[in-house]
Write a new protein. Structure first.
Length: 414
């Protein structure tokens, strides 16, 4: 591990410790701990804002500990802390604000581990799938907390089904990558949406009903208003510490990449450039929430954490602006308020289709963002909220359509 990678590890550790201590500071230790424990046994399907159903402090503590699991797995398997792993850890932290807990992610990870053993490969080869695959964590919570059987039998069934779902993720993930050819950054979102669609179908066939459970914190506590901007500045300062002013040169270098998978900006440019990019994305996303009057809560902050993480693995301002503009215009066209929960999450997570704009231009990006919005407002019901990366699911379908049309157009023009 190089000196810069050791320092990057230190920055991530500082961030996780900061989130845990902030949670304790906001609520007090007893309240934060009780909130954290409550989350371990609560339903987790979309959209369930943990900051509303439990507490801000308990949610921040949950995010820190879920992120620590991800970082621990990276270190234990001797996988380099790079663009993909940085994105995975930030995504795990972010979605621990509205869906992931220690109890519901572990069966999914165990299933991917068994899949690796079955394929006679080291777990390190499937680690990224395991980390991102925790998007199916609500499946575990559904059977453990929503079905209504005895506590022991419910958790036993939940764990077994979570392991089974995790076991299926690696082969499906490889197949889904061919659908969008790397232009959908949240490939595991499409994968989990596909698996979740089948899971939801079997659940509905068994006469179980998915009861809507929208939980959305409307207030904006000052700590939540400042959280992402402060972390963004921390990342930018970290970049300056690592590389000095040259980090800005590498930041601009990143803007020239399409972002198509796999785009490890830490390898293609530099660690400092990727941290700068992540920080700028965090500040830009926060400005969008301020400008549209959107809530700073578990889902929106989770979205910003995810975008910042992918600032090291495919997302940058140049390929994000067109697709976000597409969602903005779609809201106007369909009469949906820009601060509506579905609309604001679509505007944040639409960056998953950013590589289309990076590769094919601004206008294609706007059209893709517009189309993505129409899709994502429907897809959540298909899988019953079991796939936390619903935008990754919708993004994969959107990109699949665009790539097919573009390739057909190119072939007939040649």
């Amino acid at each position: 591990m190089t000196l810069r990678h050791r320092r990057l590890l230190f920055f991530v550790l500082v961030l996780l410790v900061f989130l845990a201590l902030l949670g304790i500071f906001v609520d007090g230790f007893d309240s934060a701990w009780k909130g954290f424990l409550f989350l371990q046994k609560t339903p987790a399907r979309l959209i369930r804002d943990f900051m509303k159903v439990a507490s801000v402090g308990g949610t921040l503590l949950n995010g820190a500990l879920v992120g620590a699991v991800g970082l621990g797995l990276v270190l234990c398997n001797r996988v380099k802390l790079s663009g993909p792993t940085f994105a995975a850890i930030f995504t795990m932290v972010g979605f621990a604000f509205f869906g992931k807990t220690l109890t519901n992610i572990l069966p999914i990870i165990a299933g991917v581990y068994l899949s690796a053993k079955f394929a006679r490969k080291g777990f390190a080869h499937y680690l990224i799938i395991a980390l991102f695959g925790t998007a199916l964590a609500p499946l575990v919570s559904f059977f453990a907390c929503e079905i209504g059987n005895s506590l022991l039998s419910s958790w036993l069934v939940a764990i077994l089904l979570g392991v089974a779902a995790g076991f299926l993720l690696p082969p499906v993930a490889v197949a889904m990558l061919h659908v969008h050819q790397g232009y959908n950054l949240y490939n595991i979102g499409l994968t989990c949406g596909f698996v979740g669609l089948f899971a939801a179908s079997f659940i509905k066939a068994g006469k179980q009903v998915f009861v809507s459970q929208m939980e959305w914190l409307d207030t904006n506590p000052p700590v939540l208003l400042l959280l992402v901007p402060l972390i963004s500045l921390f990342l930018i300062l970290g970049a300056l510490f690592l590389e000095g002013k040259s980090c800005w040169k590498n930041f601009w270098k990143i803007q020239d990449f399409s972002g198509r998978l796999p785009s490890d900006f830490m390898d293609m440019a530099s660690i400092g450039g990727a941290l700068c990019n992540a920080g700028i994305l965090g500040l830009g996303g926060s400005l969008y929430l301020y400008a549209t009057g959107s809530a700073f809560n578990g889902p929106t902050l989770g979205g910003l954490f995810t975008v910042m993480g992918f600032g090291a693995f495919g997302t940058h301002p140049r390929n994000s602006i067109p697709v976000v503009l597409g969602v903005f215009l779609a809201c106007l066209a369909f009469g949906v308020p820009h601060n509506d929960p579905g609309a604001v999450l679509a505007a944040i997570f639409v960056t998953t289709v950013g590589p289309l704009a990076g590769e094919f231009g601004f206008s294609v990006g706007v059209l893709a963002g517009f189309t993505h919005f129409a899709m994502v407002m429907q897809t959540g019901a298909w899988h019953g909220g079991l796939n936390l990366y619903n935008n990754g699911f919708a993004g994969g379908l959107t990109v699949g359509l665009f790539v097919a049309i573009i390739e057909w157009y190119r072939s007939v023009r040649e």
